[in-house]
Structure formats: structure tokens, C-alpha cells
Design a protein around this ligand. Structure first.
Ligand SMILES: Cc1cc2nc3c(=O)[nH]c(=O)nc-3n(C[C@H](O)[C@H](O)[C@H](O)COP(=O)(O)OP(=O)(O)OC[C@H]3O[C@@H](n4cnc5c(N)ncnc54)[C@H](O)[C@@H]3O)c2cc1C
Length: 349
């Protein structure tokens, strides 16, 4: 009997548990599921949720899921603060736990660009992390007319398109074009994306840094012309990328991104230290947004990757040799990503 502990109840954690059940491995092993939240949020439906009047079923309760699928697992709601891979001990806010095999699926959190603002105005600036954040944005939007989105990646684009149906939206981007990371080398696609935003009357400000928020005005600098200007705003949403959200592991802190947690082809975890050294973590696997995949530049941060890694790791933890293990082989084309994005919304909407 192996004691398997999973931390996190996002879509990676859910897929892992589902697969463990499919493989019948929940039966003869001791499975413990730990998570800060006792539900999973379908984040990909959130941006449309914040402009709708009715509340949709965006969250799946963990205990209901366990019951419905008939999984033999104990669930504890706890926020994990640190992991010691030598003693195989996990420390949470509520208790301590031990494991034989550990699976980390604690997701990501928004990067927060530094903006000068008084404490009294902080309540109008939102990261886009958890269900709670989405609820707060929705509440604040009730008194808003002008909204600013910071970051023109896929999430910033989608939120802008949705919010522009009801609000005056300005989109602020530090780089020279929108969707640069996702659509690099594809200027025509970027042009089409920009056209969609133009048709929705979204005001796009590229090469722009947001500096200060005061009296419902977001003061910005154009980093090329040095011109200063302001954009009116009662709500500011950060969509300027995400970073790993991890507890302290063997004393390593991940907050500043000097240390990075990576997964190899099989989902096994290792740490890349600040000076480039590697530390292999025995019997530890990492899924979804919590990991970079294979190298630092590759941070998939997608539900598609999260679910694939959850499924493959559930299989791999019971295999002893590399020859028996399944490879993640995660290299989806832009078209596969787009198709998955559409399908995900249609099937879970
Ligand atoms: C607005 C928006 C739209 C998106 N659209 C798409 C899309 O169309 N297609 C796509 O592929 N992806 C999309 N994504 C990205 C996708 O939602 C994420 O990649 C995916 O949710 C990652 O899943 P995860 O399980 O790794 O992490 P998460 O979903 O972040 O789950 C992390 C879990 O860990 C728990 N946790 C965190 N810290 C701790 C701790 N210390 N102790 C215990 N538990 C902890 C949390 O409670 C949570 O249950 C979108 C994201 C957003 C925000």
C-alpha cells in the first residue's frame, strides 16, 4: 500500500483523481487529497461570468465530485505552507501530513505590476486568480463605467472583448503589439485579434506602462515617446501573466521566481536553483500551472496541459522504470489550443 498525497483541487487535481479511479488505484492505496479550496473553478468561464446577471455553475465541489465518482479518498481542506522531501512531511495551516508519493497541483497566481496608489484605492485593483477575485470584480463593476485591463495576452484579450459589451474598456500593454507571446511570428493573426478589439471599441495602448492610480485615473507613460497621459477607470484588472504558486519546498521559496519548479517528460519534479543547479525531488510529481515543463521558457499555464499532466502522472506513479512510463510530450499547435479553448467553453458552459 502506497500513501499518495495530492495538493490542489484545480482542473489538474481533478483529472488526476479521476484517472486514479479509472485505473482502480484508489482501492488498495491510501489516498489523501489536500487543498486550500474545497471546490474547483472553471476559470475559462470567468470572464463571461463577470458580465452576466445570473450566477452560473462555475464551481465543482470536491466532496460532491468524490461521491459522484465513488473515489476512495480522504479530503482535507488545508492550505499547505511547506514540504520537506527528506522526511516526506507536509505542513499545512491546520495539520501535518506524511506521504510516500506527493503530487503538487497548486496552480499559478497573477503577476502584479507595480502601480503607485493610495491604500483607499487599492480596492479597485484586482488580480484575476480565484473565484473570490472574480466575485469582487463583478461587485466593483456595478459602480463602474470605465475599466482598464493591464496585459494584452489571451486572458486580457478575452476579458476586454467580454467587458466591452457593457463598459468603456482600455487595454494597456507594455510590449509593442497585443498577444505577442502567444502569436509570435504570426503578425496576420495579431492583426485579426486587434481588429476584433477595434470592432468592440476597446482602446488599445501598446508600449505603455501603467504607473499611478489616483482619483479614478490611471496615469501611464508611453515607453517610446515618453508621453504621459491618463485613462479614466473605476476598475483595474491585472492580466499581465502568471507565475507558479507553490509552498516552500525544502527551504526553497518560489515567490521571486529565482528558484523554479520544473517537471520532466514524466511529470517528475525538480528544482532549478538561482545559479542553475538542479535538485531532483524524489517521489514528487508536479502538475498543471504549478510547473514549468522541461525548461524555464516553457510555462504552459493552460487547462489543457493541466489535465493532460494530471492523467499521465496518475499512470506514471505506479510505474517503476522509464520504459513503462508515459511521456507528456506536450507540444500542441496553435490550432489545437484554439480548438480546445472553444470546445472547453461549449462543453462546460
Ligand atoms: C480568465 C481565465 C481564462 C482561461 N481560459 C483558458 C482556456 O480557454 N483554455 C485553457 O487551456 N486554459 C485557460 N485558462 C488557464 C487555466 O484555467 C489554468 O491553466 C488551469 O486552471 C490550471 O489548473 P491547475 O489545476 O494547475 O491550477 P488551479 O486551477 O490554479 O488550481 C490550483 C489549486 O490549488 C489549490 N492551492 C493553491 N495553493 C495551495 C496551497 N498552498 N495549499 C493547498 N492548496 C492550494 C487551490 O485552492 C486550487 O484548488 C484560463 C485562466 C483564466 C484565469
Amino acid at each position: 500500500m502506497v500513501k499518495i498525497v495530492l495538493i490542489g483541487s484545480g482542473c489538474a487535481g481533478f483529472k488526476f483523481m479521476k484517472e486514479l479511479k479509472n485505473l482502480n488505484k484508489d482501492k488498495d492505496n491510501e489516498i489523501l487529497w489536500l487543498s486550500r479550496d474545497d471546490f474547483m473553478t472553471k476559470k475559462w468561464l470567468m470572464d463571461s461570468y463577470i458580465i452576466k446577471n445570473k450566477d452560473e455553475k462555475l464551481n465543482v465541489n470536491v466532496r460532491d465530485f468524490i461521491k459522484e465518482k465513488g473515489i476512495n479518498v480522504r479530503f482535507e481542506q488545508d492550505e499547505i505552507e511547506s514540504i520537506d522531501t527528506k522526511s516526506k512531511e507536509i505542513a499545512g495551516k491546520k495539520g501535518k501530513y506524511i506521504y510516500d508519493k506527493l503530487i503538487i497541483a497548486t496552480g499559478s497566481k497573477a503577476k502584479l505590476p507595480r502601480i503607485e496608489c493610495a491604500d483607499s484605492t487599492k480596492g479597485k485593483i484586482f488580480p484575476f486568480n480565484s473565484y473570490d477575485d472574480f466575485k469582487k470584480v463583478k461587485e466593483n463593476l456595478k459602480d463602474s463605467k470605465d475599466v482598464v485591463i493591464i496585459g494584452a495576452g489571451p486572458i486580457g484579450f478575452e476579458i476586454s472583448v467580454n467587458l466591452a459589451k457593457k463598459f468603456n474598456v482600455s487595454l494597456i500593454e507594455f510590449e509593442s503589439d497585443i498577444m505577442l507571446a502567444m502569436l509570435s511570428g504570426k503578425p496576420l493573426y495579431r492583426k485579426i485579434t486587434k481588429k476584433i478589439l477595434d470592432l468592440q471599441n476597446v482602446n488599445i495602448h501598446t508600449l505603455t506602462r501603467a504607473c499611478k492610480f489616483e482619483d479614478n485615473k490611471l496615469f501611464c507613460d508611453n515607453i517610446e515617446t515618453r508621453e504621459n497621459f491618463y485613462v479614466p477607470s473605476e476598475t483595474i484588472v491585472f492580466a499581465a501573466g502568471v507565475k507558479q504558486n507553490l509552498p516552500v519546498i525544502d527551504g526553497y521559496i518560489f515567490e521571486t521566481e529565482k528558484n523554479i519548479l520544473l517537471s520532466n517528460d514524466f511529470g517528475e519534479a525538480w528544482i532549478r536553483e538561482e545559479d542553475g543547479r538542479r535538485k531532483i525531488l524524489n517521489d514528487v510529481y508536479v502538475l498543471g500551472d504549478a510547473c514549468y515543463y522541461q525548461n524555464i521558457g516553457n510555462f504552459p499555464a493552460s487547462a489543457m496541459f493541466a489535465e493532460r499532466s494530471g492523467k499521465i502522472v496518475a499512470y506514471n506513479i505506479f510505474q517503476s522504470k522509464y520504459g513503462n512510463k508515459k511521456r507528456l510530450d506536450f507540444n500542441p499547435s496553435l490550432y489545437a489550443k484554439f480548438f480546445n479553448m472553444i470546445l472547453r467553453r461549449l462543453l462546460s458552459g
